[in-house]
Design a protein around this ligand. Sequence first.
Ligand code: CA
Length: 400
Amino acid sequence: MSASWLDLPADSGFGLNNLPYGVFSTPGTAARTGIAVGEYVLDLAAVTGDLVHATGSLNGFMAQGPSEWRELRERVTGWLIDSSHRGDVEPHVLPRDQVQMHLPIEMADYVDFYSSQHHAENIGRMFRPDSPPLTPNWKHLPIGYHGRAGTVRISGTPVVRPCGQRKAPTEDSPTFGPSQRLDIEAEVGFVVGTPSELGTPVPVGAFAEHVFGVCVVNDWSARDIQAWEYVPLGPMLGKSFLTSVSPWVVPLAALEAARIAPPTRDPQPLPYLRDDDHPWALDITLEVRLNGALISRPCFGSMYWTAAQQLAHLTVNGASLRTGDLFASGTVSGPEKHQRGSFIELSWAGAEPLTLADGSTRTFLEDGDVVAITATAPGAVGGRISFGEVRGEVVPARCG
Ligand code: CA
């Protein structure tokens, strides 16, 4: 790829092969769409003069569909390479550390899956030690649930420790109070741009016609609340208090070099989930940091179900897609201990506390803890592209 007239360090992760979209503002100005490039943000609303980029969310542009997404990406790339555009474009390039980022999506529906075999087996071994680690349906369909779209928030939103009912197996009745098992789930999120018609499924092969881009998700989870409430209808208050997303949405077009073959599925899934002609496993590496220290490196490439299969399953009953839908992968855990994407796995339900660099230990999160999850993937023409980070600090409960 040609060089830009803009100062772009080779290892920035935000080179011309990335160009992720976000929504930003500066003091006294309205939120609008920008593209991260190097240490800068390109003000798309100003440089294009197109009102679709001045709405404060990506939804209007995402709804236009893949040909418009492709066309704008080509135009922006041309502007940043060809120095004849420099005079027109450079006035609309701002330092990224001087802008405030906002939730980039006007959220529609939110679905969370459970598609890491390693994560599902770890959880199964901890909670159902006398049964097979995977439930009988697990290799036949991507298990998921509908979450709470209204509490999906931008990275940096404080994580107020949730209150609720908890009941340990050894207790006779539940108690109420702050969660004592507050946890993270390191996940990858997929943002829907093009809607679909009610009653018409979206096949695996139509994934790239509907999905606009990819972000990093932290599905904060209160394990004690979750364990008491989840049978028989699944997660509710143990998850719905907050889900955090990274501010930059990496377009699917930037991930062509990250596509890899999915793991072998045995048994073969039903025909609507077969993806031999549309492999969408993605070689994305996550990094989880607690108070600045690296504690895990989950690998997304090992997920059993891909996002294309998740989308096909999500719509196979005729459920329609809306612009701004978000569906997340489920906790990303690899086969090794240092690749686990949650504290419940890293500390084996609290039985094996992590020892931190300062000598302290952790099972679950404490007030004041800061968790940051970053992600990178191979980019076109080498190097790695960055997804930025999703971050949150735990603050004390407010239930008295
Ligand atoms: Ca989750």
